[in-house]
Design a protein around this ligand. Structure first.
Ligand code: NAG
Ligand code: NAG
Ligand code: NAG
Ligand code: NAG
Length: 438
């Protein structure tokens, strides 16, 4: 499968929420400001009331009448963004919050729902929707008042589009369409004061820690709890000492490789980092390649996807991974390029278009087409490209993009790439593909 609509990647841009978690050079923006009453430094270790992303993928952290936007930076008063949550007699607070995932109802999809006592508030674009607040019972019958936490759970991750509500040690699965409510008791999970879905993963926050859990079974795999300051905010004493991936993402250096896997996950690779291109709803982030593909770690030459598999080419080796929730190296790999594709390295770029079985391999000025169904593999066609060196290439439903330095060029088909005399106008990769503002 190709990239369904690459153009949608290019829309939701300029949404950068500052640095991604667990990396980056230390900045002074955590320094407590002594003039602020009610100031709280989240690097001291805070038990949050609620955590939710907004419709642009910026994560909000709530505590009392303070609000943090994004993974770094100072807090601001809750009432400067959501003044209806604060009344004249009480300092504001939020019991729970989540962002609605409901594709079938655009009037609710991507709205942020806040819960306070027995009321629910729906915001979009920082504006309280008409008719709100409402009683929780009216919208979410059976869900208790004075909640502790809430989190969206879209179909595919839960059985149906759902919301998980938390109160004490009880969890309520609420089906958005049928309004069916199921109560669960996950004794091993700590009582969550905030719950958060990020990049398809689910986190229960308690004290200044968090525990990752499965949204259907509640199972916890791995060593938890972990300290939230190490992963979800930039705190000097908890810095991993890694590089600034934000700077990494927006640098104008060339991309080593770019692909969309058969589940629709889009990746760009540079140095030892990968960037997801299809998750701008959760913000833009770069991660070490080794976290998903530990056998390769850095300096990839090209990556392409075919028939549920991800092919990574590095030097004269080909690594083939089975695509799934995680990537599993197929037994017997890596193999040499000669063995797998019948060619010698190095390879600059490689791509497959849709369900076609042809992999187009770019080496210098040459594009070599190899049929992945034929054995032994042989070059069935060779063409001369109008570029001396291409860094990476991607084929989607709307054509081929070839990446050269900090720019890319768009062709409607691989044929046109091979034979067109006119070079299309260049696009800036950082601006149009990676969500940067320059
Ligand atoms: C927010 O609340 C503070 C005090 O709690 C008040 O001084 C300030 O004027 C309020 N701001 C808005 C925009 O309502
Ligand atoms: C969001 O609100 C601002 C003002 O608060 C307004 O200018 C803008 O048009 C709104 N955007 C949408 C998409 O409704
Ligand atoms: C969790 O919630 C239950 C029910 O409200 C309560 O009895 C229990 O003490 C809580 N556990 C902790 C560790 O707070
Ligand atoms: C940061 O990046 C540089 C250059 O890419 C690399 O040499 C260095 O080892 C990296 N540092 C860490 C802590 O990963």
């Amino acid at each position: 499968m190709g990239l369904r609509s690459l153009s949608c990647l290019c829309l939701a841009l300029a949404l950068s929420q500052g640095a991604p978690p667990h990396n980056g050079p230390m900045e002074d923006d955590h320094t407590p400001s002594p003039h602020h009453e009610g100031f709280q430094d989240r690097c001291e270790g805070i038990e949050f009331d609620a955590i939710t992303p907004d419709e642009k993928g910026i994560t909000f952290f709530f505590k009392g009448d303070r609000l943090w936007k994004g993974f770094h930076g100072l807090s601001e008063p809750l009432n400067s963004s959501f003044h209806e949550m604060v009344d004249h007699h009480h300092p504001g607070h939020v019991d729970a919050a989540f962002r609605m995932h409901h594709e079938g109802r655009p009037e609710e999809h991507d709205h942020i729902f806040f819960f306070k006592d027995d009321k629910v508030f729906s915001y979009y674009n920082y504006t309280l929707e008409e008719g709100f607040p409402k009683d929780i019972q009216e919208l979410f019958p059976g869900v208790p008042t004075y909640l502790d936490a809430a989190v969206e759970c879209p179909k595919g991750e839960c059985v149906t589009d759902s919301v998980l509500f938390f109160k004490g040690d009880e969890i309520y699965h609420f089906d958005i369409k049928t309004k069916a409510l199921k109560r669960k008791h996950w004794a091993h999970l700590p009582n969550c004061t905030a719950a958060y879905r990020w990049l398809e993963r689910y986190y229960c926050f308690h004290e200044h820690q968090f525990t990752k859990f499965h949204p259907v079974t509640g199972s916890v795999v791995g060593t938890y709890p972990k300290d939230a300051r190490k992963y979800f905010m930039k705190c000097p004493k908890f810095d991993h000492g890694s590089n600034d991936t934000e700077r990494e993402r927006c640098s104008h250096a060339h991309l080593d490789a770019i692909t969309v896997d058969d589940l629709g996950k889009a990746y760009a690779f540079r140095g030892r980092f990968y960037m997801r291109l299809d998750t701008q709803r959760d913000g833009w982030h770069a991660f070490p390649i080794a976290t998903l593909w530990k056998e390769v770690t850095s300096g990839l030459d090209s990556v392409f996807s075919y028939e549920g598999k991800l092919y990574i080419i590095k030097g004269d080796q080909v690594y083939i991974y089975k695509t799934g929730a995680t990537y599993t190296l197929i037994e017997g790999y890596p193999k040499t390029l000669k063995e797998e594709l019948g060619i010698d390295g190095p390879v600059d770029a490689a791509f497959v278009c849709g369900a076609d079985s042809t992999v187009h391999v770019i080496q210098g000025r040459n594009m070599r087409d190899i049929d992945l169904l034929a054995t032994p593999r042989t070059v069935v066609k060779e063409s001369r490209l109008p570029f001396p060196k291409i860094d990476s290439a991607l084929c989607g439903s709307d054509g081929v993009r070839v990446f050269v330095g900090s720019e890319y060029f768009h062709y409607e088909t691989p044929m046109l790439l091979a034979y067109s005399r006119i070079r299309p106008e260049p696009h800036k990769t950082s601006l149009d593909m990676l969500g940067c503002d320059h």
